[in-house]
Design a protein around this ligand. Structure first.
Ligand SMILES: C[S@@+](CC[C@H](N)C(=O)[O-])C[C@H]1O[C@@H](n2cnc3c(N)ncnc32)[C@H](O)[C@@H]1O
Length: 340
């Protein structure tokens, strides 16, 4: 089959005899010989047996366990090919599931570093072997070096490999890195995303922030707004949040606090599942003039934009590549009062 595109999640897409064929670890444009793994009514899942005509965007993966380890999906693609594939995925997903015009979606902002960017990884120790979960999410794939982790993290990995200790999960991180939160994955790219999202919120009297964690965004928002009600459902994270002038921290569900603390500007950074339905309903009852929505899943962002469209319209979406070599995509969406 001739590969056409890369779907959100990382699988290559081709068409054969009227059916869609999903083939991971392929590049758009190339001709591949495949072996069918699952033959379903509407689609086929397959694996590559041989690349007959490689695409110009194909490169040699750096990691010897690429294709077996569950961590990376895109090491076989040049970095600019990864970034342009992610731009298409966000446009396509937002249009198909959210009715958002592709013209409102900016190109993906690349990570300052496509390799060695992670300042924290989690590894598993099993019977003296150290590694990541495999593609099946169960088996252990032994790793001696992780190319998306920084040198300091890899030094800790080497130390653990030389004395693995008890079975379990270990968080390996650079000195001074907090185990939770955004900045703790890719500090350079996270700083760009934070700057964009906080700038989009503008400035004013009152802001409601839901899903605030330990205040990664709040720290900057606090100098632009006089009063902020910030909440997260995780008590440990709220306890770690810094004291900031004008900020009241709540350990509460955003959908419960919003009824009392609705504000003209709302800033949200929900988990992969997106906004709980009760949260979109609460927002629709008291819509803000501006909503900044930081998302780690374009599919749930699209669904929520559609749910909110009766009061709020999307004015811009800027995707960021916080996780090069993987299929993850973060987005900053800005919505304003008015019908979508
Ligand atoms: C994507 S994280 C964002 C964390 C934070 N903004 C940061 O940058 O570190 C999502 C957060 O939402 C919290 N959470 C999940 N459901 C929630 C809810 N219904 N209300 C409030 N917080 C919630 C989680 O505890 C988690 O910290």
């Amino acid at each position: 089959v001739r590969m056409e595109s890369l779907a959100f999640g990382g699988d290559g897409v081709a068409r054969h005899e009227g059916r869609v064929v999903f083939v991971p670890f392929t590049a758009p444009g190339e001709l591949v010989e495949i072996r069918i793994l699952h033959d379903k009514k509407n689609f086929v899942r397959a694996e590559v047996v041989r690349v007959v005509e490689p695409a110009p965007g194909r490169v040699e993966p750096r990691c010897p366990v690429f294709g077996r380890c569950g961590g990376c999906q895109y090491q076989h693609l040049a970095y600019d090919t990864q970034v342009s594939a992610k731009s298409s995925q966000v446009r396509e997903t937002l249009q198909r599931l959210g009715g958002v015009s592709p013209d409102l979606v900016a190109a993906v902002v690349p990570s300052p570093a496509p390799w060695s960017y992670r300042n924290r990884i989690s590894v598993h120790v099993e019977q003296g072997q150290v590694g990541f979960r495999g593609l099946d999410n169960r088996s252990l794939v032994e790793v001696s070096r992780c190319h998306i982790a920084s040198d300091a993290v890899n030094a800790k990995l080497a130390a653990l490999r030389s004395a693995p200790g008890r079975d379990g999960t270990y968080s390996l991180r650079e000195d001074g890195v907090n185990p939770q939160g955004f900045a703790q994955c890719n500090a350079g790219a996270a700083a760009l995303l934070r700057e964009c999202a906080v700038r989009a919120a503008g400035q004013g009297e009152r802001l409601f922030e839901g899903f605030c964690g330990s205040g990664f965004f709040t720290e900057l928002l606090a100098s632009a707004f006089r009063e902020i009600a910030a909440c997260d459902s995780d008590e440990r994270l709220i306890r770690q949040a810094p004291r900031l002038p004008g900020v009241r921290w709540h350990c509460l569900l955003a959908e419960l606090l919003y009824h009392k603390e609705a504000a003209p500007v709302v800033f949200l950074d929900p988990p992969r599942d997106g906004l709980p339905e009760a949260m979109t309903e609460a927002i629709l009852r008291k819509p803000p003039t501006r909503l900044v929505y930081v998302s780690c899943n374009p599919a749930t962002l699209a669904r929520d934009a559609k749910r909110l469209a009766q009061s709020l319209r999307v004015v811009s979406v800027t995707p960021f590549d916080l996780f090069p070599q993987t299929a993850h995509i973060e987005c900053v969406a800005v919505l304003e009062l008015g019908r979508g």
